[in-house]
Design a protein around this ligand. Structure first.
Ligand SMILES: [Zn+2]
Ligand SMILES: [Zn+2]
Length: 138
């Protein structure tokens, strides 16, 4: 099994990743826009136990319902807890650049900055993640 270590931008938090992600994508939802102060964010989805904090103690913030972990020193967003699904979604900007291989876009219904590329653009989520497979037309 592949194991890799990543860290926040200041190094106060170190995270061990066991195995590869379940899926990688861009999220355009309004929660991500608000907490990341960004138009959309790169996400890598892992089983919860595959993301382990091995140095430092992240600060938890909740905008609506999803607990999001960030570094208390540099403020970098690390991952969100998707407890109902037993998953954690990692800020994929923390991965080495060649390890982020986006497969699709989700929550395009909220997009403020449409990204026109060759990937599927789901209005909400793919059916395999509880969505409807409905697409947007960009
Ligand atoms: Zn930090
Ligand atoms: Zn989102």
């Amino acid at each position: 099994m592949k194991i890799s270590e990543i860290q926040c931008h200041c190094g106060a938090i170190k995270i061990k990743l066991s195995g590869g992600p379940i899926a990688q994508f861009y999220c355009h939802c309004d929660d991500c826009q608000a907490v990341h102060a960004a138009a959309y964010v790169p996400v890598a989805l892992y089983p919860a136990q595959a993301i382990e904090v091995i140095k430092g103690v992240p600060t938890e913030t909740v905008l609506r319902t999803t607990p999001r972990m960030r570094c208390p020193t540099c403020g970098t967003f690390l991952f969100s807890e998707l407890t109902n699904f037993g998953l954690r979604s990692l800020s994929a900007s923390l991965l080495p650049r060649d390890e982020f291989k986006p497969q699709f876009h989700v929550q395009c219904q909220y997009a403020v900055l449409p990204v026109k590329d060759e990937l599927p653009h789901f209005k909400a989520f793919p059916a395999k993640f509880g969505g409807s497979d409905e697409m947007v037309d960009w």
